[in-house]
Design a protein around this ligand. Sequence first.
Ligand code: NAD
Length: 260
Amino acid sequence: MFEKFLGGKTAVVTGSNSGIGLGIAHELARAGADIVLNSFTDAPEDHALAESMARQHGVNVRYIQADMSKGSDCRALIEQAGACDILVNNAGIQHVAPIPDFPVEKWDAIIAINLTSAFHTTAVALPMMRKSGWGRVINIASAHGLTASEYKSAYVAAKHGIVGLTKVTALETAKEPITCNAICPGYVLTPIVEKQIPDQMKTHGMNREDVIAKVMLQRQPSGQFATVEQMGGTAVFLCSPAADQITGTTISVDGGWTAL
Ligand code: NAD
């Protein structure tokens, strides 16, 4: 249904050399969009990833290094992209600790990468979208943008914050052909989740399978991880004409987590 309808559009996806960002970039490319991939690294594999994605989907794909913890880098990313019809604010990190023990530098980094980066990229992208006459801002929040879990203070605060930023961006663009929405994934088995498994095994004295089934997916009534392809498909839908009047809202892709 969505075959190549994004031809001629440029999508910038922050934090897209792995996981959900990469999955979203693939689906937007499959729908015909040119892609700007990003992360803070500048490794040969990052550029090779861009070349293989371009070959696979027959679109232009560039990799631009920029550290989303730095406001100047966030702004430079969009400026260097030169065009930004679709902005996917996806870069994110996690740290888990009780509030009294939560390292201040981890709090600052999570707020900067998971929340403030989206303010900077959006600030530069909106004038470009206004100039081209069409735009989509898609913020990757989380089930933790709508509910909380203990020990994830910075992450939950940042994700609730990005849901708020989503609403403000939608209101400031409501009369224009620009929309802004947040996708709220439940658990998706990507590196950010893989890294939490050994700690959870220690904390709960469980093996890997039990941590996945009894700790992580216990929150997800479907009992299954959501996939990066499903996040990509949701992003593509938000870029389709069917979503022209969907703005300022959240779309949960969480196997029922937030229905609990
Ligand atoms: P991931 O670790 O695979 O991806 C994170 C991406 O962000 C990577 O490409 C990484 O290189 C990039 N990144 C990290 N720090 C950066 C920085 N300073 N500058 C630029 N890029 C940086 O994890 P993921 O699961 O794909 O997470 C992507 C987004 O989805 C995050 O915002 C995360 O909070 C959100 N999310 C993930 C899940 C899940 O279960 N995996 C659930 C809900 C929300």
